[in-house]
Design a protein. Structure first.
Lengths: 289, 307
């Protein structure tokens, strides 16, 4: 084997390894695998409880900012008073907070990650309406379909920029059929933007389980179907504020309470985290480069 | 010498400058992925130019025009130009614009990876440098230039100019990387900001020193002092624009969308950076044209009629 052949051989092997590494890093998470690589076959079929609460905003919320839609007259016609919606507060209650069970121990000693849930067959809808994403924050399960629609008389593009899933960008002209997409790996939260209309923002929380909810205009949320156990519940909000966590105990047929508070005077315990994505703890974060 | 060729080369250089501005507008508006298609936009040659598609598709239209102009320029050079190295440079310009177009497509298809986007922005500056060089080499002043004596004390100006050029180019690469490392709604990485500020100090020192040396050594020689004065003036403007760009970019993540002050200032910073680069290129080429390589007598620089 001459020197040139050896060089090419080494290069080929290195490139193959790189390709393999890349392929492995983006391997989808099925509902039937956990962090240890063991099969998560367990399903909780006994009585469950709920976790509910209210998200408050302490102090004066930042005033919404007016969005200039002059670059696309269709947006201005359909939504003449388009404002930013990163902090929606009504009567001191904060909407669009993604609350989810991050980790925990189910009654009997098993970890939450050892259990599997069926992926809902009904797609969740993400609509582009009035040059605005509806909903602003949503949660889906891994491999659950998201149906993206364009209700505007103008063109959009949907561009999500995850860290743990493949990046995706797709134009959707007005009148185009809905697009259905899924996320193969859990990630909290995936930012979604429209490069056509740079003010358009949405966030999708992707989890392996259905134990999440998004706070309504009243600040209320409710997570149903939680197996009895002790859990860490996390509340995430857009806008650079710290993420809030709380330890919660759920009993069978019980209703646990977990109220969170954001804003200047908020006293809830929190971990310091930026507005950026944070991986759900039950899965290792395999960086997408 | 062909005056028509020179005028056309100047036209292509100006069009390239306009293209750099159009590209910078795309980056500042975060419009690079306004369509997932390439080379068409939303499957059309002429899509409805609304929203950020105006900037992205506009950039593609300007780029197409520059590409066509470059094809004509290359043919023009091959037909009219006698000097083989200028003919080669004409072909290089064509290859450069083709590579640049492909890199632009790659940025869209790969969704703006930092390395590709930065390479696209850097190659834009190199292509601009090529078209400006063609304009310099075909200009009457290039043919009419007379040999000058290099001052015996101090380093030769050729070396100083080359050092300034290399420093500016490295600074342009840093700037391109900084601009493409974060969109308007994200804070740019502090390490790159510091590196770019350090680069600004280096450029100020080296280009400032070079320009002042030119003005001191060759007072009255407009062939050298004019590009030196232009480069120095642009450098001052660029430093102010840099500070303003930094301040507006620090504030932009809190804005609901890319606002005109941030867009205008960052684009002006890119454009002025390109002008600092090419004015230094003109100065460097002219220095090589009329000054000897060392303090010793050079025969190369004494043959303007041959090159």
């Amino acid at each position: 084997m001459n020197k040139q052949t050896r060089v090419w051989l080494v290069l080929s092997i290195a490139l193959s390894l790189l390709a393999m590494g890349n392929a492995c890093s983006n391997k989808p998470e099925g509902p039937a695998s956990n962090t240890n690589g063991a099969t998560a076959q367990k399903k909780w079929d006994k009585p469950t409880g709920t976790i509910s609460g209210v998200i408050s905003f302490e102090g004066t919320p930042p005033a919404p900012k007016k969005i200039d839609t002059a670059a696309d007259p269709v947006c201005g016609q359909k939504n003449p008073n388009l404002m930013t919606d990163d902090t929606v507060v009504k009567d001191g209650k904060l909407a669009n907070v993604f609350v989810y069970v991050k980790e925990g121990t189910v009654e009997g000693g098993d970890k939450l990650a050892d259990y599997a849930w069926d992926t809902p067959t009904t797609p969740l809808k993400l609509d582009q309406n009035g040059c605005h994403y509806v909903p602003h924050v949503m949660g889906v399960m891994v491999n659950q379909k998201i149906q993206i629609t364009n209700s505007d008389a103008t063109q959009h593009n949907i561009h999500w920029t995850p860290k743990n899933n493949p990046e995706w960008n797709q134009s959707q002209p007005n009148g185009a059929p809905p697009i259905e997409k899924t996320f193969g790996r859990s990630e909290v939260l995936v930012p979604v933007k429209c490069n056509q209309h740079p003010w358009m923002r949405s966030y999708i929380g992707v989890l392996k389980h259905p134990l999440f909810d998004v706070s309504k205009d009243t600040g209320a949320y409710e997570i149903k179907g939680v197996p009895p156990g002790k859990y860490t519940v996390v509340a995430w909000r857009e806008g650079g504020a710290a993420e809030k966590t709380m330890e919660v105990t759920v009993t069978a047929n019980g209703a646990a309470k977990a109220d969170f508070s954001f804003g200047g005077g908020a006293a809830t315990t929190s971990t310091s985290s930026s507005l950026q994505m944070m991986p759900a703890i039950e899965f290792p974060m395999v960086g997408k480069h | 010498m062909n005056r028509g060729l020179n005028r056309f080369a100047i036209l292509v250089a100006c069009a390239t400058f306009f293209l750099i501005i159009a590209g910078a507008l795309v980056t500042s508006h975060d419009a690079g992925l306004a369509t997932s298609d390439w080379p068409l936009s939303n499957g059309q040659f002429f899509p409805k130019m609304v929203g950020n598609l105006f900037w992205e598709h506009g950039h593609r239209m300007v780029a197409t025009t520059v590409g066509m102009l470059t094809i004509v320029l290359t043919i023009y050079v091959l037909v009219k130009e006698k000097r083989s190295w200028v003919r080669k440079l004409g072909v290089f310009a064509l290859l450069g614009v083709v590579a640049q177009g492909l890199l632009g497509g790659l940025t869209v298809k790969l969704m703006l990876p930092l390395a590709v986007s930065s390479a696209h922005a850097t190659l834009a500056q190199l292509f601009f440098c090529t078209t400006v060089s063609l304009a310099v080499f075909t200009s009457p002043s290039w043919f009419e230039a007379k040999r000058l004596e290099e001052e015996k004390a101090g380093p030769p100006l050729r070396y100083l100019c080359t050092a300034a050029l290399v420093t500016i180019f490295l600074q342009l690469i840093l700037g391109a990387t900084l601009r493409h490392s974060a969109t308007w709604d994200q804070k740019p990485p502090i390490e790159l900001i510091l590196a770019h500020i350090g680069g600004a100090f280096a450029v100020t020192l080296i280009l400032g020193g070079t320009g002042l040396t030119v003005l001191r050594r060759h007072k009255g020689e407009k062939f050298l002092t004019r590009p030196a004065m232009i480069a120095l003036s642009l450098l001052v403007v660029q430093l102010f624009l840099g500070v303003a760009a930094y301040m507006t970019r620090l504030a932009s993540p809190g804005d609901p969308q890319p606002l005109n002050p941030m867009v205008g200032i960052t684009v002006a910073h890119v454009a002025c950076g390109a002008l600092v680069f090419v004015s230094t290129i003109v100065l460097t080429l002219r220095t090589y044209r009329v000054l000897p390589a060392t303090h010793e007598h050079s025969t190369w620089a004494a043959r303007p009629q041959e090159s």
